[in-house]
Write a protein that binds this ligand. Structure first.
Ligand code: ZN
Length: 388
């Protein structure tokens, strides 16, 4: 099956002006100013006039099996559905367990990932969870990464958080070393995703590891870095040392009122501060519980993270904070793909046809393709999970 997308402004995420894009099967097979097709060819033509065409979004942290449980069993959040991602332009998700790695398991995570992959989404997983020693599926981090296709890294391991296992420099360095070597052996990156909590030790354990071992900051990928201004500034130092930082787009009025920078604002702030534009990413933390604590860390409420917030924050970065479409797109396409070692988030000949067509004024997705399959047509999900 051939699909020709005509006349849209192409962002790969670098802007290229008006380009035609030809999809055959799951791949992009041609990119030119004008692609002429024999009128006898069986081809679906999509008119992209007045639209921008971008890579499918890469959401680098989603709790696909649900998270939470921090206010008892009734507070465990539900699993994600396919269209929670696709309707909002997301074609790749990276899944992880969260605080709860007892009732939430890695077997369930991989099974859910396989289910979403059967429906056409690109899904990768982290082994391990918040706590050290890390939970694994096979009994070792090395074997998980080497023999289970879905696993690409470890995490999210919690630091600077009252819910963490209070990992030591030695423990976290050993984990990162295992992930790095297993990644080398299996052709993966073995990135360690780090959940950074609100405690003002910030990223100091990662800098300690860098100073005391030969593990670089680039091995770690800290998220929730827009939690407050002080953490954001610690993140800027981390980027200067060669690391990449992630901002969480799901938020609550409570968090914003308590010093959190909205992800779009954090992105604009870091770009203004001269941070390398390839070192900044945004992720949704979708289906996480968003606990609301009082000053003594007592839980007083819960909300659920939404994958849709990734696209909302992209739009906010462009429309409210004046970030260029290119730089805002990099934060949700090529940058997260690069830090995690995924061949995603970029449009070129022979790459997977993961694409989003958006109205160039509203930036609302009208068409979404994942591996060449049309998932969203004129704003409506044409492929859904069996229980949606
Ligand atoms: Zn987290």
């Amino acid at each position: 099956m051939l699909t020709l997308i005509c006349g849209a402004h192409l962002y790969t995420p670098t802007p290229h002006g008006k380009m035609d894009v030809l999809i055959a099967g799951s791949k992009i097979v041609d990119l030119q100013k004008k692609i002429n097709i024999d009128s006898n060819t069986n081809i679906k033509v999509i008119d992209g006039t007045g639209c921008i065409l971008t890579p499918g979004f890469v959401d680098s942290l989603v709790h696909i099996t649900g998270g939470g449980g921090e206010a008892g069993f009734a507070s465990r959040t539900p699993e994600m559905n396919l269209t929670d991602a696709t309707l909002h332009g997301i074609t790749t998700v990276v899944a992880a367990l969260g605080t709860d790695s007892s009732s939430r398991t890695l077997t369930n995570l991989v099974a859910k990932a396989k289910g979403l992959k059967e429906l056409g989404l690109n899904v990768f997983c982290h082994t391990g969870s918040y706590h050290l020693p890390a939970k694994t599926l096979t009994g070792s981090i090395t074997d998980d990464l080497m023999y289970i296709d879905e696993f690409i890294g470890v995490g999210e391991v919690a630091i600077s958080d009252h819910r963490s296992s209070q990992p030591t420099v030695q423990q976290l360095a050993e984990l990162a070393a295992q992930a790095k070597v297993a990644g080398m052996l299996s052709g993966k990156k073995g990135t360690v995703s780090i959940h950074v909590g609100p405690v003002d030790t910030h990223l100091s354990i990662l800098h300690d590891i860098e100073q005391q071992t030969d593990i670089s900051l680039a091995q770690f990928y800290p998220t929730h870095m827009n939690r407050n201004k002080a953490l954001l500034d610690a993140g800027i130092e981390f980027c200067k040392g060669g690391g990449t930082i992630d901002f969480t787009t799901s938020t609550t009025e409570y968090d914003l009122a308590n010093g959190e920078y909205a992800a779009a604002r954090a992105l604009a702030y870091c770009l203004d501060q001269g941070v390398d534009k390839t070192k900044l990413t945004m992720s949704s933390d979708g289906h996480a519980s968003l606990p609301i604590f009082d000053a003594d860390f007592n839980l007083i409420g819960l909300e659920v993270g939404k994958e849709a917030s990734l696209h909302d924050s992209f739009v906010e970065a462009v429309n409210v904070h004046g970030v260029s479409i290119e730089h805002a797109l990099m934060a949700i396409t090529s940058n997260p793909a690069n830090v995690l070692g995924l061949k995603k988030g970029n449009i070129a000949i022979n790459t997977d046809a993961d694409l989003v067509l958006m109205d160039s004024q509203s930036l609302k997705p009208t068409h979404v393709w994942s591996q060449g399959s049309l998932m969203v047509d004129n704003g409506f999900a044409v492929i859904k999970g069996p229980f949606e």
